[in-house]
Design a protein around this ligand. Structure first.
Ligand code: PA5
Length: 417
């Protein structure tokens, strides 16, 4: 399979000699990632070695879910949530919930502690047949525990305890944790969050694949995309080049990376990138702060800062070269817009902003998705960024796969409870 994404680092403003100076560190990072000696690197070979039986079970559970419900509520937070939501929104668009659809629609819960949010969701579910997919590796995270308890009560009230148990799908640790114990006691269908894959690298495990399969997307298409990315020498060199570039810019005081897109459906993909990079690199007093902006909307609020504000950031532009639709601007819009393709105008915005920012000396990386968004291309994109992020963190001298700082606030919060 041909890889359909391409990175262009020519606008990052880096000198070839500087790039060469990082080659040894980059070689070491690549060797480390593929050494089979590092913890939590199970995702690296996953697209080749994944369990075919598990994929069959995911497909079969997805078929059952499609017969059982019109709404699948996916309960999870952080790495147990963002990947599925990012990919779902990229594949289904901004108004998926309002459109008629044969497959179950995904709703998300357990990613906040808002009573209002969960009450509103329960009201929406009153007019739908629903199932729950609860995802938590530890089984003890506060947000999904609260949401699961609330929604399970609603499920039991609607369908009775036995039928409710048939409508709950749990994705958790293979043997540990309260969710595993409950699932076994109550007879929920379960899938495993692999031990050697951390939350933010888990999209291509049941954590992402089961909800996406239930929404009608074949799990093996994501995995085949990821496999193609891993086997594509040129693309993996680009991942390494991007990791090198990020580290060089960081050393030059560019401590913020802004992920930007001109298509609204990328908003949650940027959220996934923020967790991936933020949690992988932000430790030991180091790390590039990942931020995101949606253009052209945010140009009208942040455009001034980007052009003339503190030069502490670089930009990473996610470009969809073949959006799923186009429209022609009617004559009533007047010159110079009338008669033009909306996509062409959006592209003119992108090129215009890139030119203006280049004049202001802002370093930029550009990623082009050369074909329409599909599960295969998203498998490639996910694998590309996971690889680049791990390499970048190694080069920065931090462990890409732990998150020691997350415990601190959780401990304080527990004390207050
Ligand atoms: O990436 C991570 O490790 C975190 O974001 C976790 O996924 C998140 O805290 C949820 O944890 P759990 O799956 O244990 O509920």
């Amino acid at each position: 399979m041909k890889c359909l994404i391409e990175m262009n680092g020519s606008m990052a403003g880096l000198d070839p000699a500087e790039i060469r100076s990082m080659q040894e560190a980059a070689d070491l990072a690549v060797a480390r990632l593929h050494s089979d000696k590092e913890s939590f690197t199970g995702w690296v070979d996953l697209p080749e070695t994944y369990d075919r039986d598990e994929i069959r079970r995911i497909r079969s559970a997805a078929q059952t879910i499609a017969q059982q419900c019109t709404a699948l509520v996916v309960i999870g937070i952080g790495g147990s949530y963002l990947g599925a939501r990012a990919v779902y929104e990229l594949l289904t668009g901004s108004f998926a919930h309002l459109l008629p659809q044969k497959k179950p629609k995904l709703y998300f819960a357990g990613q906040n502690i808002s009573a209002v949010y969960h009450k509103e969701l329960m009201e929406v579910l009153e007019s739908q047949e629903f199932c729950l997919c609860v995802i938590s590796k530890s089984g003890t995270t506060a947000e999904p525990s609260i949401a699961f308890a609330l929604l399970k009560d609603a499920l039991i009230l609607r369908y009775g305890k036995e039928e409710a148990a048939r409508r709950i799908y749990a994705i958790t640790d293979a043997s540990k944790g309260v969710l595993r114990q409950e699932a076994e006691r109550e007879g929920y269908e379960t899938f495993v969050v692999p031990d050697d894959i951390g939350g933010r690298y888990s999209v291509l495990t049941p954590v992402g694949l089961l909800p996406l399969a239930a929404a009608g997307f074949d799990p093996e298409e994501f995995l085949s995309g990821a496999r193609a990315a891993g086997q594509d020498r040129e693309l993996m060199d680009q991942a390494r080049e991007y990791a090198v570039g990020r580290n060089l810019l960081y050393k030059k005081g560019k401590h913020i990376e802004i992920f930007e897109s001109y298509e609204p459906r990328f908003a949650f993909f940027a959220e996934w990138l923020k967790q991936l990079f933020g949690e992988s690199e932000g430790k030991g007093g180091k790390g590039i702060f990942p931020a995101s902006l949606n253009f052209s909307s945010d140009l009208h609020s942040m455009g001034q800062f980007l052009q003339e504000g503190t030069p502490c950031f670089f930009e990473t532009i996610l470009e969809e070269c073949r959006p799923a639709a186009d429209l022609c601007v009617p004559n009533s819009a007047g010159s110079p817009l009338a008669g033009k393709s909306v996509n062409d105008i959006n592209r003119a915005a992108l090129e215009g902003v890139a030119a203006a920012h280049r004049q202001a000396g802002i370093p930029m990386f550009r990623f082009e998705l050369k074909e329409k968004i599909s599960p295969q291309i998203l498998g490639q994109v996910v694998y590309f960024f996971e690889t680049a992020c791990a390499l970048s963190a190694y080069m920065m001298g931090v462990d890409p796969f732990d998150q020691p700082g997350v415990e601190a606030y959780k401990r304080e919060m527990r004390e207050r409870l």
